[in-house]
Design a protein around this ligand. Structure first.
Ligand code: PEP
Ligand code: MG
Length: 933
């Protein structure tokens, strides 16, 4: 009897921990957070009438309960699994553990977001020494039965009993050698039978326990094994990188097994409904005849192309599914079309062909490169499959930066043709050059030393995740375009070349050789990979700007010459149409301002004027302005700096004509300007007309224990008012001059690190007076605004008072985060990684992430965000026209930008190359906000 169509009753009397799906079962609540992406996909495909083996899903909440309750199942879970198992037996017409007609099941992980290869799966659960005989009869294929059994023993031992899989791989290798075959597929039935014995023996020896023969025991332990895999190192590292919290948990999907390893009319494969590397509209994938489960992605045998197009792209001469099983291929394409129609997005599917019948085992939104994301959104929009709002949501905001990253220069590649070593699959576009490293550990080591490297591996497994993050690019000898290496690299935005079958590693000699031409590369020597073409060069190659940069900034390409640019522009134009938040840039030079404008900035939200003082030519006068003994000398130095400052502002105003430019008054920790060497001190003494001793004395007297909380920000402008006056004069004179040239200028003067209204009142008084003097002197006025940064918790709380003197607030969330948490921006690196990585937590015996994310990168909405809301409310109560923005680093981070939209800020400001990210994130926030209403 099927389970009732119970709604999810979290925390209620009888919580539902398990949901059945399949013929006769009501569709479970299609909630990804509850069922995981895989579970939801299967339940949904079943509801759509697609061919899916039936099964049941243990929810993510059961996993979370397990994790936080001393690794125990929640009450009722066992009974619910038993009931679902009975349902499944009825649906399949066979029984779990039956000796004559056994039901076998797969037990698979599936979190709410896809984490390719990071968690575990056990296939063929239910097999034992007796049911394997029944399976042989049922399949009329003894070989397939023992092939399944040996797979099951190895997977179960690894995932559930923690036996290192290397022992099984060695035994398998030895067996192939004995039998004189190259691939597992060549092993005879007898060899597989012996292998099963040997595998059990390995298990028993390593665990000190008999291999379990009781199917229910196998099932419940496999469920626990999958739960545990949520917290394994690679899964945690993956979550850290992508910013997913540890407390989501994984669902467990239990499904009736279908058999791809039944003979030549069976097989298994994976595919994408469009090319995930380039976005081209053709089915993309690989399959293996007579194979099961992970065989395709694990790179054990070279997979066959799914269709003729794939064969062409990969240069494979193996027969494709399109040619060997044309009807199945047609059906698969049709399923792909139906899925895209349903999900309005590119899908990543897994399928098995059992005795000539197609079964869909998974569908999920396919991971793709930034290039593919933009093209797919562009194409689907033109195909009428999605509307503009959906197109905006299709591209992960951070992925657009991939389109701006450098590529190799064609001419350099031609020049380096003698160093062209080999070619593989172009699995992740972009160019990467660096030292060759052959292990993940080495890649991490290189990264720590700040040396770029390319990770080269026979094949990458998900354990290599940390190395893949550390490397500039990834190159593998084995594995196809859908291998874990390719999928993960795409998610990370790393250039990736896969399946370079020519590479022969010699780990003892720390070198790699190219089989076909004998070229040799030692570990540490330079290598370059082109993930767009699949080329591998044994030399270092210079990169050049992306096509988008060539069109927009360098102007070396015309827009109509670049398809990529047109796709990018279409999506960005749509984003601009839907977003409400204005996007500005943080830029300190006319060049940066011009770049920002080309990338779509609608103004400059932060000019850090102290950066203009770092120039060697000006440094002496800056030091004299701070450190001279007499006020006259300090003022004189300030006056000498004024023309330089004005020059800078003239350039920025001209570049940003017609747009707002927010200039922040000086905010330097003064120690940054101190001369450090004796030579520099002597030079300064000469410049200031004083002695070396005096310079040293001054240095000592201004040394602060904590300069970030010291004499900086407006505190400096109050102590040295002529600095504020000089800067205001420079800003306003430049603005008037540019305005006289006929350009519109909209300067905003921003006072930093304000904590009290009196500080702003003081600075605003100086600014206004100086501006009036300049207007009088120059005979022309320009409109300007005065505002402040909100960087201190006190400023947020006092926003009502401070707003009396402010036309605008700009949230300086770098300092606001520092001061809210009491974590020094400069010293956070000492412990923040540990907080984010997690620490062992005694009471749950598990890893506890103290912070879900790095708060200097992703805005802390609960703490810092709360202060922002308070400041917004109190500030606007005093001044309803108060303009609100953000200019901390968070202004270019997707989730933080969405938060800024939600709390009603007017603009966000970020570094120039993140402007497209902010534009897209702001549009996504607007579109998502509308669809919530
Ligand atoms: C801030 O504190 O967020 C800010 C933008 O100022 P800075 O990073 O220069 O301190
Ligand atoms: Mg600051």
């Amino acid at each position: 009897m099927p389970l009732p169509a119970s709604t999810h009753a979290k925390g209620g009397e009888n919580p539902v921990w398990v949901y059945s799906f399949g013929p006769g079962c009501p569709t479970p609540p299609l909630d990804r957070n509850l069922l995981g992406g895989k579970g939801k996909g299967e339940a949904e495909m079943t509801a759509m009438g697609l061919p899916v083996p039936p099964g049941f899903i243990v929810t993510t909440e059961a996993c979370v309960h397990y994790k936080y309750n001393r690794l125990s199942f929640p009450k009722g879970l066992v009974e619910q699994v038993e009931a679902c198992l009975v349902t499944l037996e009825k649906q399949m017409g066979c029984n779990f553990g039956d000796v004559e007609n056994p039901l076998l099941i797969s037990v698979r992980s599936g979190a709410r977001v896809s984490m390719p290869g990071m968690m575990e799966t056990v296939l063929d659960v239910g097999l034992n020494d007796k049911s394997v005989l029944g399976l042989a009869k049922k399949l009329s294929n003894e070989r397939a039965a023992y092939d399944s059994y040996r797979r099951f023993i190895a997977m179960y031992s690894n995932v559930v009993s923690g036996v290192n899989s290397a022992a099984y791989e060695d035994a398998l290798k030895a067996c192939r050698k004995r039998e004189g075959v190259q691939f597992d597929i060549g092993l005879s039935t007898n060899a597989l039978k012996e292998l099963c014995q040997e595998f059990k023996h390995i298990h028993n020896q390593q665990t000190g326990q008999e291999f379990p023969q009781e199917p229910r025991d196998q099932l419940f332990r496999a469920i626990k094994g999958v739960f545990h895999s949520w917290d394994c190192d690679k899964a945690r590292a993956y979550r850290r990188f992508h910013g997913f919290p540890d407390d989501w948990g994984t669902a467990v999907v239990v499904m009736a097994m279908v058999f791809g390893n039944r003979g030549d009319d069976s097989g298994t494969g994976v595919g994408f409904t469009r090319d995930p590397a380039t976005g081209e509209h053709h089915f993309y994938g690989e399959y293996l005849v007579n194979a099961q489960g992970e065989d395709v992605v694990a790179g054990i045998r070279t997979p066959h192309p799914i269709n003729k197009m794939q064969a062409l792209i990969t240069g494979s001469n193996l027969p494709s599914l399109e040619e060997t099983m044309p009807e199945i291929y047609q059906q698969l394409e049709e399923v792909g079309r139906i899925l895209e129609q349903h999900y309005h997005d590119m899908q990543d599917v897994e399928f098995t062909i059992d005795n000539g019948k197609l079964y869909m085992l998974q569908t999920r939104t396919g991971k793709r490169t930034g290039f593919a994301a933009v093209k797919i959104a562009f194409d689907m929009l033109r195909e009428g499959l999605i509307d503009e709002r959906e197109a905006v949501k299709h591209v992960d905001a951070h992925q657009v930066t991939q389109l701006l990253t450098p590529i190799f220069d064609m001419r350099d590649k031609v020049m380096a043709s003698g160093k062209l070593a080999t070619r593989g699959l172009n699995a992740g576009p972009g160019a990467a050059s660096g030292a060759a490293v052959f292990s993940s550990e080495k890649a991490v080591e290189y990264q720590k030393q700040g040396k770029p490297c390319v990770l080269m591996r026979e094949e990458t497994s998900p354990e290599d995740f940390a190395g893949m993050v550390a490397a500039r690019g990834i190159l593998t000898a084995r594995g196809g375009a859908t291998s874990h290496a390719a999928v993960v690299a795409r998610g990370l935005g790393r250039p990736c070349v896969c399946g370079c079958g020519d590479l022969v590693f010699d780990h003892a000699k720390h070198e790699v050789r190219i089989g076909s031409n004998g070229m040799v590369l030692k570990e540490g020597e330079p290598v370059s990979i082109d993930g767009t073409t699949g080329q591998v060069f044994f030399c270092s190659l210079q990169t050049k700007p992306s096509e988008i940069i060539q069109v927009l900034i360098d102007k070396t390409k015309r827009p109509e010459e670049s398809e990529l640019f047109q796709q990018f522009k279409t999506i960005m134009d749509i984003a601009d149409k839907y977003r409400r938040l204005e996007v500005r840039a943080n830029a300190d030079t006319p060049q940066d301002a011009a770049i920002a404008r080309s990338l779509g900035a609608q103004g400059i939200g932060l000019v850090r004027t102290e950066h203009m003082f770092m120039d060697k030519k000006r440094l002496m006068d800056v030091r004299a302005m701070f450190f001279s003994d007499s006020e006259d000398d300090r003022k004189a130095a300030a006056n000498r700096l004024m023309p330089y400052q004005k020059e800078d502002f003239l350039g920025i105003f001209r570049a940003m004509h017609g747009l707002t430019v927010t200039i922040r008054l000086l905010d330097p920790p003064r120690h940054e300007f101190l001369p450090h060497t004796e030579d520099e001190q002597k030079a300064l003494a000469a410049h200031m007309g004083t002695t070396l001793e005096r310079v040293k004395q001054i240095g000592e007297s201004i040394t602060e224990a904590n300069p970030m909380l010291g004499h900086r920000g407006c505190r400096l402008g109050i102590a040295l008012p002529y600095v504020t006056e000089m800067q205001t004069r420079a800003i306003i004179e430049a603005a008037v001059e540019v305005s006289k040239e006929g350009s519109e200028v909209l300067p905003e003067i921003m006072v930093p690190l304000v904590a009290t209204k009196k500080e702003l009142e003081h600075q605003k008084g100086l600014i206004d007076k100086t501006a009036q003097d300049v207007f009088k002197k120059m005979g022309k006025e320009v409109p300007y605004k005065v505002g402040t940064m909100i960087e201190l918790p006190r400023a947020a709380l006092q926003a009502g008072q401070i707003a009396e003197f402010a036309d605008f607030f700009s949230f300086g969330t770098n300092d606001l985060t520092q001061c809210t948490y009491g974590i020094s921006r400069d010293d956070a690196g000492q412990f923040l990684p540990l907080y984010v990585e997690g620490v062992f937590f005694e009471s749950t015996h598990s890893n506890m992430q103290v912070f879900d994310f790095e708060p200097f990168q992703t805005l802390d909405q609960d703490g810092v965000g709360e202060l922002m809301k308070i400041a917004r409310e109190r500030g606007r109560r005093t001044n309803p026209h108060l303009h609100l923005g953000i200019c901390g680093e968070h202004g270019g981070e997707g989730r933080s930008v969405k938060f800024c939209h939600e709390i009603g800020l007017d603009y966000c400001s970020c570094s120039p190359f993140r402007v497209p990210v902010a534009r897209l994130a702001a549009a996504q926030a607007a579109v998502e906000g509308q669809s919530k209403k």
